[in-house]
Ligand binder design. Structure first.
Ligand code: SF4
Length: 182
């Protein structure tokens, strides 16, 4: 048996900005660096935190291609970002990021690790799970990144619980139900 060492063999995959608020679109950071409560709950449960890439930073840049983004209502700027991400080059880059996330999930599962969940960021045009942004509003549905990840997992008949969080949520309730027994 491999990997029978000190590791817990449990991981979660989380949206990049939960651990690094410096990546988020201008005007939307709620913490200086990280969602500390989230990281504390996961670390105290001995669950490894896999930080997924930030699709918008990687595909559109830190300013998302709009230096006036912070002057717009968040859902309007998010809708613009969604439109930009669907264009050919950003979409191809997004596919590569999805490849890398799926590859890591498959590797962990191949060796019997538990991928306990995927934690997205609601309202995000990319990382939303329950809600995303479109038509200048927060609407039900997945962001583009999560949608692609879900589709790939479904193709492979892999089921991993997904939850979406926001800075204003009761983070601990949602997280504890995901990682039961903690
Ligand atoms: S929600 Fe996703 S795309 Fe938006 S800042 Fe966070 S990691 Fe990046």
């Amino acid at each position: 048996m491999m990997f029978e060492d000190g590791r817990s063999k449990r991981v979660v995959f989380i949206a990049h900005c939960f651990l690094n608020q410096n990546s988020i679109s201008d005007g939307t950071a709620v913490y200086p660096a990280a969602f500390k409560e989230m990281s504390e709950i996961l670390l105290n449960a001995d669950i490894g935190i896999v930080q997924m890439p930030c699709p918008e930073l990687c595909c559109l840049g830190l300013d998302r291609g709009n230096i006036y983004g912070a002057d717009m209502p968040v859902v309007a700027e998010n809708t613009r970002i969604r439109t930009e991400m669907k264009k050919e080059i950003p979409n191809a880059q997004l596919e590569q990021l999805v490849d890398s996330v799926i590859y890591q999930i498959l590797e962990y599962r191949k060796y019997g690790f538990e991928v306990a969940g995927i934690i997205g960021a609601n309202r995000s045009p990319n990382c939303g799970v329950d809600t995303t942004s479109d038509n200048n509003a927060e609407v039900k549905g997945n962001g583009l990144f999560i949608e692609k990840i879900s589709a790939r997992l479904a193709e492979k008949n892999i089921s991993i619980p997904m939850i979406g969080l926001k800075g204003t949520d009761n983070v601990s309730d949602k997280l504890r139900s995901l990682i039961k027994g903690v």
